[in-house]
Design a protein around this ligand. Structure first.
Ligand SMILES: *Cc1c(COP(=O)(O)O)cnc(C)c1O
Length: 389
């Protein structure tokens, strides 16, 4: 059976070059980076190389990169570290309804501690309104956090404009760039962001590794306490192999950026075009301009996305419904809800995300099978029989 993986926004395989770079650091080069002898220095140098590679990818000084155990920790640190640091100044945070749960649940936790959070909605294009953002700022606002690229619908936010508004009001600005990294150009200096979250396993690096960019001169409270690692900002013996892998993945993302974007967007557009043309009653959610190059979020009316997912899975095809985190619950996706998609249609939505190892043959295999599956499911669908949609 053919195996077709179309869930690159959930995670990606580690690239061979990345794995090869990591391997020696499991065995012969195992020194603790904090140790003062050569074996320790060798590990410390490997971490510095990785830091420089990630800095280069986003135009940051390596000293502004702080390694974390993934995108989730980076989001948590940015929110909790800012909330604690600025608690005398204010207790108000502005974010959006479409953030990843790493941000939403952190904000909900802070609400229980007495903080106030404004959750901005989005327009039909998936973007927040800059006027609404500016109007939400009060003299108690300490942080604005808006994700760069959404993980479900792939839409891109006007980050530079948001950063300018935050700066004009002297409010810190954080962005979750986990889905953006390697997929849209990022220059932290040009964008003017104060903090930015990244994750390794979404760019062909290992899982459980990430980083928070913190602009030079900005100090937020520490989140993990213990040793003096990461310039005394994030304690704990470094995940050496993870960091080395993340660094290599960042270097490859930088070198192959144009190629990657072209490859993904061509295949994504081919998938969208074929599905919309060959399967009736389908549409794409979110605008096709300013979108993650690999993302296609498609509603198949009158049927359940879960049923499509399971039938595709029988054929060796991996896709997701809504976001990976909510796929085990029947809660309709918070992102599609915010976009104004009716509940019945949310349940008929599938996210396809292509990546570097996807081929045109993969897409043909998926579309041919989708045509049959959708037709069968619609014949069985009571909703369709009643036309009570
Ligand atoms: C995957 C993801 C995260 C979480 O990153 P992990 O490294 O898996 O913890 C956060 N935000 C977004 C937008 C993501 O897609």
């Amino acid at each position: 059976m053919r195996n077709v993986y179309l869930d690159y926004s959930a995670t990606t395989p580690v690239k061979e070059e990345v794995l090869q770079e990591m391997i020696p650091y499991f065995t012969e080069k195992f020194g603790n980076p904090s140790s003062l002898y050569d074996k320790g220095l060798e590990s410390k140098e490997a971490i510095d190389t990785a830091r420089a590679r990630i800095g280069k990818l986003i135009n940051a000084d390596p000293k502004e990169i702080f390694f974390t155990a993934g995108g989730t920790e980076a989001d948590n640190w940015a929110v909790f570290g800012t909330a604690d640091k600025l608690k005398e100044k204010g207790n108000h945070i502005i974010t959006t309804k479409i953030e990843h749960h790493a941000m939403l649940h952190s904000c909900e936790f802070l609400e229980k501690q007495g903080y106030e959070v404004t959750y901005l909605g989005i327009g039909p294009d998936g973007r927040i309104s800059l006027e609404e953002l500016e109007a939400a700022i009060t003299d108690k606002t300490i942080l604005i956090s808006v994700m760069m690229v959404n993980n479900e619908i792939g839409t891109v936010q006007p980050i530079k404009e948001i950063a300018a508004i935050a700066k004009a009001h002297k409010v810190l600005f954080h962005t979750d760039a986990v889905q953006a990294l390697g997929n849209i150009p990022i220059d932290v200096k040009d964008l003017g962001v104060d903090m930015m979250s990244m994750s390794s396993h979404k760019i062909y690096g290992p899982k459980g590794e990430g980083a928070l960019y913190i602009r030079k001169g900005l100090r937020i409270s520490n989140y993990l306490h213990g040793g003096a690692q990461e310039n005394s900002r994030r304690a704990g013996t470094e995940n050496l192999t993870g960091i080395v892998g993340f660094g290599k993945a960042a270097e490859l993302a930088d070198i192959h950026f144009d190629e990657h974007v072209k490859h993904c967007s061509e295949l994504r557009n081919y998938l969208v075009e074929r599905v919309l043309n060959e399967i009736p009653d389908t549409h794409v959610n979110g605008t096709m301009d300013a979108r993650h190059p690999g993302n296609a979020n498609i509603t198949f009316k009158y049927i359940e996305g879960e049923s499509i997912l399971l039938m595709l899975n029988y054929l060796g095809i991996s896709v997701s419904t809504g976001s990976a985190c909510s796929s085990k619950s029947l809660e309709p996706s918070h992102v599609l809800s915010a976009l104004g998609v009716p509940v019945e249609m949310i349940h008929g939505t599938v996210r396809f995300t292509v990546g570097d190892f996807t081929t045109k043959e993969d897409i043909d295999y998926v579309v041919e099978n989708l045509k049959n599956i959708v037709e069968k499911l619609r014949m069985l669908s009571p909703v369709n029989a009643q036309k009570g949609w």
